[in-house]
Design a protein. Structure first.
Length: 359
C-alpha cells in the first residue's frame, strides 16, 4: 500500500523548449520528467525560438506536442508588440496568455502600455492572463486586473514585498492569483553563492526573509499554486561564458514539498490544493479520470544526476526529500513505476482553448 495517494499533479509553468531548444528538452523528455515527478498535466511556456506568438508557430508546437507528449500538455500563447494583432487568433489554440513584464531567458518582453492594453482587450475575458512580474511590476499586474476586472495570475512570486502586495490585493477582492516555485522555497541567496550559475534563475533566489514570507503566505493561503518553472538548460550552457537563467524542477517539486508534509508543516489537503485543485480551477482545466499518484514517504537524498529531463542535473542535489513517486496512473494506465517511464511519446493529450471548462 502506498503511504499517500494524490491526484495527478498539474504544473502550470513548464518550459519544454520546442521549437528551437530541443537540445535542452523536448516534449518526450520533458513529459517523461513530469510523470517521474507525479505531474500528469503541464502548461508549457511560449518563450521558445521562434516564440509562440503567431498562429503558425503555435500550430506547429501543438503538432510536436501531439507527437511527443507522454502526459497532457497545454500551451501558452506569448504576447509581443509585433504580433499583438494575432492574439485573438491564438486563443483557440492556447490555454492561456503569458506576458513577460520583466527580462528573462528569450526575447519575449512587453514594456509598452499600448501593447499591454491591447492584450487585455483582445484576450478572451474568461481566460487567464499570466504575468511574469517582479518588484513594482507586481503593482502593474494588479492594476491591470483591477482596471479590466478580469483574472490575472502572477507567476513565480519570489519576494516578500511582492507576496505582501498580492495578499493586500486579494484582501480587497481583486481577481489576482499567484504561484510560487520550489526553488524559492527550498533555496536562498546563500545557496546561490554556493551553486553559481546552477543556482541562477529569474527571479533570482531570495533572502532568508523572502523565503520565510513565501512559506507564511503559502501556509496562510495567499499562494494559490506550486509551479515548477522547470527551465532546463544544459550543463555546458550553464558552465559556459553566458549562462542562461533557469533550473529544472519537474522531478523534484513534489518530493521537496513532501518534506514539508513529513515535517508536519504542510497538511496533505493544502498540498493537493496547491498542486492540483487550484491550478485546475484557475485555468479551467478538465479533470483527468482514473488518474492518481502513489507516494512512498521514506526520506531520500536528491542525487546530482540520473534524471529523465534531457539536461540531467538539479540545483537541489544533496537536499533531503520527504517522499518519492512510486507509481503514476493516467486514465487507467500505469505510466510511471519505480523509476521507469512507461508511457509512449504521443500518448498524452493536447489541451487547446476549446478543451477548457469554465464554472
Ligand atoms: C526561464 C527559461 O529559461 O525559459 N528562466 C528562468 O530563469 N526562470 C524563463 C522564465 O520563466 O522567466
Ligand atoms: Zn518560466
Amino acid at each position: 500500500m502506498p503511504d499517500l495517494i494524490l491526484p495527478g499533479l498539474i504544473d502550470v509553468h513548464t518550459h519544454l523548449r520546442v521549437p528551437g531548444g530541443e537540445h535542452k528538452e523536448d516534449f518526450a523528455t520533458g513529459t517523461a520528467a513530469a510523470l517521474a515527478g507525479g505531474v500528469t498535466m503541464v502548461l508549457a511556456m511560449p518563450n521558445t525560438n521562434p516564440p509562440l506568438t503567431t498562429p503558425d508557430a503555435l500550430a506547429a508546437a501543438l503538432r510536436a506536442a501531439a507527437a511527443g507528449a507522454r502526459c497532457d500538455v497545454g500551451l501558452y500563447a506569448g504576447a509581443s508588440r509585433e504580433d499583438v494583432t494575432h492574439l485573438s487568433g491564438l486563443a483557440g489554440q492556447a490555454v492561456a496568455l503569458k506576458i513577460y513584464l520583466n527580462d528573462t531567458f528569450g526575447k519575449l518582453r512587453v514594456d509598452d502600455l499600448p501593447t499591454l492594453a491591447a492584450c487585455f482587450q483582445a484576450w478572451p475575458r474568461e481566460r487567464v492572463i499570466a504575468l511574469h512580474a517582479e518588484r513594482q511590476s507586481v503593482a502593474v499586474a494588479i492594476g491591470l486586473a483591477a482596471v479590466y476586472d478580469r483574472p490575472v495570475h502572477i507567476v513565480h512570486v519570489s519576494r516578500r514585498e511582492e507576496i505582501e502586495l498580492i495578499a493586500d490585493a486579494k484582501g480587497r477582492g481583486l481577481p489576482v492569483t499567484c504561484e510560487v516555485s520550489p526553488h524559492h522555497l527550498f533555496l536562498s541567496a546563500a545557496d546561490a553563492a554556493r551553486l553559481g550559475p546552477l543556482g541562477d534563475m529569474r527571479p533570482v533566489l531570495g533572502t532568508a526573509e523572502d523565503v520565510a514570507a513565501l512559506w507564511a503566505h503559502l501556509l496562510g493561503g495567499t499562494v494559490d499554486c506550486i509551479a515548477t518553472d522547470h527551465a532546463p538548460h544544459t550543463l555546458d550552457e550553464k558552465r559556459g561564458p553566458n549562462p542562461p537563467p533557469g533550473v529544472p524542477g519537474l522531478e523534484t517539486s513534489l518530493p521537496l514539498m513532501l518534506t514539508a508534509v513529513a515535517d508536519g508543516r504542510l497538511p496533505v489537503e493544502r498540498l493537493t490544493a496547491l498542486m492540483h485543485d487550484n491550478p485546475r480551477r484557475i485555468f479551467g482545466l478538465r479533470a483527468q479520470p482514473d488518474t492518481r499518484v502513489e507516494v512512498d514517504m521514506t526520506p531520500w537524498t536528491i542525487p546530482a544526476t540520473g534524471w529523465q529531463t534531457k539536461c540531467d542535473w538539479t540545483p537541489f542535489a544533496g537536499l533531503t526529500a520527504g517522499g518519492r513517486v512510486r507509481r503514476v496512473v493516467l486514465r487507467g494506465q500505469i505510466v510511471y513505476e519505480d523509476g521507469a517511464v512507461l508511457a509512449a511519446p504521443g500518448s498524452g493529450q493536447v489541451i487547446n482553448g476549446a478543451g477548457l471548462e469554465r464554472d
